[in-house]
Design a protein around this ligand. Structure first.
Ligand SMILES: [Fe+2]
Length: 355
């Protein structure tokens, strides 16, 4: 993660880059201290919050330049923390957008004006945001490249128009800040891209479309989950697990081993894996209640809600969800084993095999 700060007169500016080449930006009016975040990534939400607080800013807009297919948007997390509206183009399918914008709309940000340019092609809802000396181009125009046009709602013909009729019409000295750069570069200019961007060498529509259609790119790593969460407002699996993990304490393997060694029987050990896995080897003394049956069997299996309960699974994730569920059900002393049976076996700890 890198953060760079810089500004022209009247503007505060910071850029952020995560380890996967996703770029995001903080723009603020230095007079009024009102700020906008552009293309926030979920993993960097605490960094934006830190920067906003460090510079004494008030967040006014959270802008996603388009529906991202390759990473998780941090827009909702920022909205929950700061209450600022989430801004996207009206073509956005995301149900959590608070402020839909269209080509030519402006958003006042103190003395600054953020002007929206609809630049579809990478996606139907792609916008670029122009403010003073710079334009945030999302994945429409990249440094030495363009966004791809083969993902859902992409269209190489529209991308051609967005590039040649809109973005390249801006003054040559306009600074270009894209949503991605995989080589750690900060920005470019419209003039530089006109001169040296190999994709823009195809100035004939048919040549450009043929180039884009022939790229044959592999799908982004998190495509389905990113689209699911960014389009629906649902949670990522990691978020769900992190929320469960925040609600339960964990017990270390060493602590469990100590308890087994002293034959402690004042707690209940529940293995929540499926039957085959349980039979193949479990912690001695473990009770078997598969995660899928947990809620339906607790009354019979755990009549005393005041007992300490330790949940165990294969890798330590399902047991976290199970312990969080048990706490919600009133078993207030539920904890999860830190790590799972795979780590327990690797550590050479005692195993009981069902006969
Ligand atoms: Fe994108």
């Amino acid at each position: 993660m890198t953060v760079r700060r810089g500004a022209e007169a009247g503007m505060l500016f910071a850029s952020f880059q995560d380890g996967e080449g996703c770029k995001s930006y903080l723009v603020a009016c230095s007079q009024s201290c009102s700020a906008a975040v552009i293309d926030p990534a979920l993993d960097l939400v605490d960094r934006y919050a830190g920067e906003i607080s460090k510079q004494g800013l008030r967040l006014r807009y959270i802008i996603d330049t388009h529906t991202h297919a390759d990473h998780f948007s941090g827009a909702r997390a920022l909205h929950e923390e700061f209450g600022a509206p989430i801004v996207m183009h009206r073509n956005s399918p995301a149900p959590y957008v608070n402020l839909y914008v269209e080509d030519g709309h402006s958003l006042p940000l103190g003395d600054l004006r953020l002007t929206v340019m609809h630049t579809p092609g990478h996606t139907a809802d792609s916008i670029s945001v122009h403010v003073n000396d710079r334009v945030f181009t999302g994945d429409t125009l990249l440094i030495g490249g363009t966004g791809r046009s083969d993902l859902p709602t992409g269209d190489p013909n529209k991308l051609f128009d967005s590039l040649f009729s809109k973005l390249l019409s801006l003054p040559g000295e306009t600074l270009v800040f894209p949503a991605h750069d995989y080589k750690g570069r900060e920005h470019t200019t419209v003039g530089e891209e006109r001169r040296s961007n190999p994709r823009l060498a195809k100035e004939e529509r048919l040549d450009f479309v043929a180039l884009m259609e022939g790229l044959n790119l592999s799908a982004p790593t998190h495509l389905t989950e990113a689209l699911r969460t960014n389009m629906s407002g649902g949670k990522t699996v990691r978020q769900l697990l992190a929320e469960a993990a925040a609600k339960v304490p964990f017990m270390s393997m060493d602590e469990l081993k100590r308890r087994l060694d002293r034959r402690a029987n004042d707690f209940v050990l529940i293995d929540v894996r499926e039957s085959d896995a349980f039979a193949a080897g479990h912690v001695p003394g473990a009770v078997h209640i598969p995660r899928g049956q947990l809620e339906l069997r607790v009354n019979e299996a755990l009549p005393d809600p005041s007992v300490e309960i330790l949940t165990v699974c294969e890798f330590g994730k399902i047991s976290t969800l199970a312990a969080a569920t048990l706490r919600e059900l009133g078993y207030g002393r539920s904890v999860a084993l830190d790590g799972g049976m795979s780590a327990w076996r690797e550590g050479g700890q005692p195993i009981h095999i069902s006969s």
